[in-house]
Ligand binder design. Sequence first.
Ligand code: S3P
Length: 169
Amino acid sequence: MISPSQHLVLVGMMGTGKTTVARVLGDRLSRPVLDSDAVIEARTGRTVREIFAADGEPAFRALETEVLRQALASDTPSIIAAAGGVVLSATNRALLKSSGARVVWLCADPATLVERVKGGGHRPLLDTDPAGTLQRMFDEREPLYREVADAIVLIDSRSVGEVVEAVLR
Ligand code: S3P
């Protein structure tokens, strides 16, 4: 169970529903919700796509680390929806481990995600060959999600409500 003082962090691939699930959890637990992409966009006044295009992925990743660090350092226990690539950085993984936050991995078969990520939006990495890219990303990231996760919730055949219940359990 999550303690009243612990942050709850959702990690997982693009399209697993981290943002939606985080919102429902925020309502259920009466906690603020932070979505790392949304914080970056609000702070920079630019979209994730614009940052990737103008400054490149490393610049985006640096912002991501700063946002994660600040979110985890906050005294207000929150629900943090951490964008899919957060686990790529060893610094971020160490931050998650040392923060005392409860980390839940929303895990899906990459094939499930292909339909869910349609529409481009804030996911420039999926502009070309989304199915192949998601599979490659999953292969690379699966051990990293596993490394940081305190719990794993399989989302493939679950509704948002069922995922929320599983996270709370
Ligand atoms: C990314 C995930 C996206 C966004 C960016 C890169 C990734 O966030 O940060 O497109 O590398 O997995 P979501 O996981 O919220 O879609």
